[in-house]
Design a binder for this molecule. Structure first.
Ligand code: PXP
Length: 258
């Protein structure tokens, strides 16, 4: 069964827009995590950024207390955050690149150029009982290097796929047409990246830019274990509530055949 990890960063983004630096405020990202789990999410994802622009330290410690499924800490490969992760002990960390000007994580990690330091971090995490995922573009060399790092998972960056889908779908007028659509260039890259990673013994997650419209097309990618989805679920929740937003996403995922 394809699992759903809900990324709750954007709940914290909304809170910080009003209450930045106050140590309290609404909406509460931790309460959002509770509702997501109760609605059937298989995991909760939060990104403790070095600049603390959305999730704060107090959030991740509370999340650690209440998350009953799996806590996935997204993090930069940076000493301060590594030491927090080792104390926090999430079930899994997903290492992502961080650039100060981006709104969310925009590009994949350059594992090829950072193989040595990522291997060191991977070892520290695994020694503490924490699994490791690397957020990468569906690029042959990056996938090979991820296997060399010894990471348990990769998370394939679906941002480019989401962009292409948007451009393509604006020319089509019904949902069925979109589901039947022939693979775009980026979808083909995701399909071959997933196959390559699987053959190298890596478990394959995917995320970034996934939404209720483009998700059916992603079913063509084999070997997926978990999707990490944030923005579209939080956006939908503004209108229908978090519980329904999560359930609707799970319903779209349930026919996935790996
Ligand atoms: N996966 C990773 C590694 C991310 O950094 C993010 C957030 O940018 C997501 C998944 C979720 O992306 P989105 O909010 O677009 O669903």
């Amino acid at each position: 069964m394809l699992k759903l990890g809900v990324n709750i960063d954007h709940v914290a983004t909304l809170r910080e827009a009003r209450y930045r630096g106050r140590g309290f405020g609404e909406p509460d990202a931790v309460e959002a995590a509770r509702i997501c789990e109760a609605a059937g999410a298989h995991g909760i994802t939060a990104h403790l950024r070095e600049d603390r622009r959305h999730i704060q330290d107090r959030d991740i410690w509370k999340l650690r207390e209440i998350v009953k499924t799996r806590l996935n800490l997204e993090m930069a490969n940076a000493p301060e955050i590594i030491s927090i992760a080792l104390k926090l002990k999430p079930e899994i960390v997903c290492i992502v690149p961080e650039r100060r000007l981006e709104v969310t994580t925009e590009g994949g990690l350059d594992v090829v150029a950072n193989e040595k330091s990522l291997t060191e971090t991977r070892k520290k995490m695994n020694d503490a009982g924490i699994e490791v995922s690397l957020f990468i573009a569906p690029d042959e060399k990056q996938i090979e290097a991820s296997a060399c790092v010894g990471s348990q998972f990769i998370e394939l960056h679906t941002g480019q796929f989401a962009e292409e889908f948007q451009v393509g779908s604006s020319r089509r007028d019904d949902r069925t047409a979109r589901e039947d659509a022939r693979p775009t260039k980026e979808l083909k890259r995701l399909i071959s990246g997933a196959k390559q990673a699987y053959s190298l013994g890596l478990k394959v997650n995917a995320g970034h830019g996934l939404n209720y419209e483009n998700l059916p097309a992603l079913h063509q990618v084999p070997h997926l274990v978990e999707l990490n989805i944030g923005h579209s679920i939080v956006s939908r929740a503004v209108f229908v509530g978090m519980e329904r937003a999560v359930k609707e996403m799970l319903a779209l995922m349930k026919n996935y055949r790996p």
